[in-house]
Design a protein around this ligand. Sequence first.
Ligand code: GDP
Ligand code: FE
Ligand code: FE
Length: 187
Amino acid sequence: MERDDYLAAIRPRMNEKRYIHTIGVMQTAINLAEKYGANVKSAETAAILHDIAKFSDIDWMKQIVIENGLDHRLVGWGSEILHGPVGAWIAENEFSIKDQDILNSIRFHTTGRANMSTLEKIIFVADMIEPNRTFTGVEKLRDKANEDLDKAMQACIRHSIQFLVKTKQPIYPVSIECYNDCVGKEQ
Ligand code: GDP
Ligand code: FE
Ligand code: FE
């Protein structure tokens, strides 16, 4: 499938705001892929599909996790955490994507993980800095993304963890593994 086919496929599955966000992630991810030598077509496809499960029914997502033996740590978490892994499942099973790097980029776009590939970092960072994001500090993250992908990745996961602590939200263990990896702690 080509860009327009993927875009047409995702449009009815999300609201306008999420679709506009997705276009922003796609453009940002393409720019980062060109800059950091990743496969541009893979970045485009992963970005378009990254939030495909954002509006999926929570009980259906839990069922997908259990029936398909996805990471057992996902059980008990909400759609904030489930939409990445379930999105990867949809990409593989509904869109026949076989490229594991694309699937992992969708799977880990919310939490990150230790030892991320270049494409995974690009999708994670692009999701946070795309032009429609307006949170305080986003400009600094954009500057970092222009300098160095690993520095940007570290700044983004630090920002995300800080936000979660500040808002008293539980932190998914894989997010912590990502943070430790990014700040240089061997596990
Ligand atoms: P979006 O789908 O484009 O809105 O962005 P993300 O997929 O990156 O994040 C979705 C939501 O998950 C956001 O509200 C994040 O703050 C939240 N989130 C990210 N990591 C964690 C985590 O470790 N634990 C929890 N509880 N929420 C998280
Ligand atoms: Fe997301
Ligand atoms: Fe997103």
